[in-house]
Ligand binder design. Structure first.
Ligand SMILES: Nc1ncnc2c1ncn2[C@@H]1O[C@H](COP(=O)(O)OP(=O)(O)OP(=O)(O)O)[C@@H](O)[C@H]1O
Length: 370
């Protein structure tokens, strides 16, 4: 019988290399494909994509699988990067990696894989797919420290219908151990961090190439001018570092609590539990559920408002106008417009929505938060 063909997205990292190995062990006809989404030269002038593709080639040769490279720079620019820049211009904090999954990895890449006659597409994401009773459910990866469902939460069952996550049942330590036992050239390669096209580069320096800096005032909530900022897009709610106003006030650290876009003012407050940092709910749009059901309803679940946040208990009201009102059981710190609110029922990732507005905690309830 003809073997089923799987096209694996190979980044040159350990996770996707081990994913490819496991699929080969299972008897699939495996093809590795490297996507070039960004013309990236780092601060030292090194093109990291070229280096990563070299790793893909070496690993593919070690595993004895064919490999190709595909270029999605235009798709990435048009569908992900322009959104990222537009959101920053609006004073929001976007998550381009979530959009990269819906537009590139699980759309453009899937189309390309199908043109190679793939039966399935696989990646090295730490997540699981349950296909019981004809339904497709997205589950958190087994390793709680590595779970990547946050980034996959805007996908639907349709995106996932031909997808395999071979390392979803493993921990990172187990994945690395497999890579070491196989002597894969990248067995000890560092995990990638940060937004993929920025990588380890300085965020401000990078953005300066795309958005003109518009300096303005930093003010306390009382209106006192404390300093100047370099441009609102460089800051996010809850940020402490890089404000340059440490010596002002009582000596407690200052945090970004809001942005006044109209007046180009960055609003800050002092103390890590300042009530202005907390919110009791949010309004979100772009609701997407894995099962596709976005009908108006109310339900209780847990949610994360950024990657690496503990689950928070919430009640979600999906409204007839297609937005969601999410009420928090307890005030939550530094919830930020533009970020993704991801909903969970225990281990099942239900879907997500993009945060448009946060409902700030009334100052009178400040003690509840601290
Ligand atoms: N440039 C790329 N080309 C092909 N596939 C990619 C690329 N970047 C990421 N992927 C796929 O998406 C998965 C998740 O990407 P992410 O950037 O989170 O990588 P990661 O967790 O560091 O994994 P890895 O160790 O494989 O780099 C990867 O495991 C890989 O399957």
């Amino acid at each position: 019988m003809k073997k089923k063909r799987v096209v694996v997205g190979m980044s040159g990292g350990v996770d996707s290399s081990v994913a490819a190995y496991l699929l080969k062990q299972e008897g699939y006809d495996v093809i590795g494909v490297f996507m070039k989404n960004w013309d990236d030269t780092n601060d030292d002038g090194v093109c990291t994509a070229t280096e990563d593709y070299e790793d893909v080639k070496r690993v593919a040769n070690q595993l004895g699988i064919p490999y190709y490279s595909v270029n999605f720079e235009k798709e990435y620019w048009d569908r992900v990067f322009t959104y990222f820049i537009d959101e920053l211009k609006r004073g929001r904090t976007p998550n381009p990696d979530v959009l990269c999954n819906t537009e590139i990895k699980f759309k453009a890449f899937v189309d390309y894989a199908l043109s190679l006659d793939a039966d399935y597409i696989a990646t090295g994401h730490y997540a699981r797919i349950n296909r019981e009773n004809g339904q497709i459910a997205l589950l958190r990866g087994k390793d709680p420290n590595k779970d990547q469902t946050y980034f996959l939460s805007q996908l639907t069952a349709e995106h996932l219908s031909k997808v395999l996550f071979p390392i979803g049942e493993l921990t990172k330590d187990e994945v690395r151990k497999i890579a070491q036992e196989l002597n894969l050239v990248n067995a000890n390669k560092k995990d990638s961090t940060g937004i993929c096209f920025i990588g380890e580069r300085n965020f401000k320096n990078f953005l300066k190439n795309y958005l003109p800096a518009q300096p303005g005032e930093i003010r306390s909530l009382d209106g006192e001018v404390l300093g100047t900022h370099d441009g609102l897009m460089y800051y996010t709610i809850g940020q402490r570092k890089g404000l340059g106003i440490g010596g002002k006030g009582t000596g407690e650290p200052w945090y970004v609590v809001d942005k006044d876009l109209e007046n180009n003012v960055l609003l800050v407050a002092q103390g890590k539990n300042h009530p202005a940092l907390f919110s009791t709910g949010l309004i979100a749009s772009n609701i997407s559920f894995i099962n596709g059901d976005v009908r108006p309803r109310t339900f209780a679940c847990t949610a994360k408002f950024r990657y690496r946040q503990e689950d928070q208990k919430v009640t979600v009201h999906i409204r007839p106008n297609g937005t969601a009102f999410v009420e928090f059981e307890k005030p939550v710190k530094a919830v930020t417009p533009g970020q993704v609110a991801v909903f969970y029922d225990n281990d099942v990732c239900l879907g997500s929505a993009i945060i448009d507005e946060v409902i700030k905690m009334d100052a009178s309830t400040a003690t509840a938060a601290s």
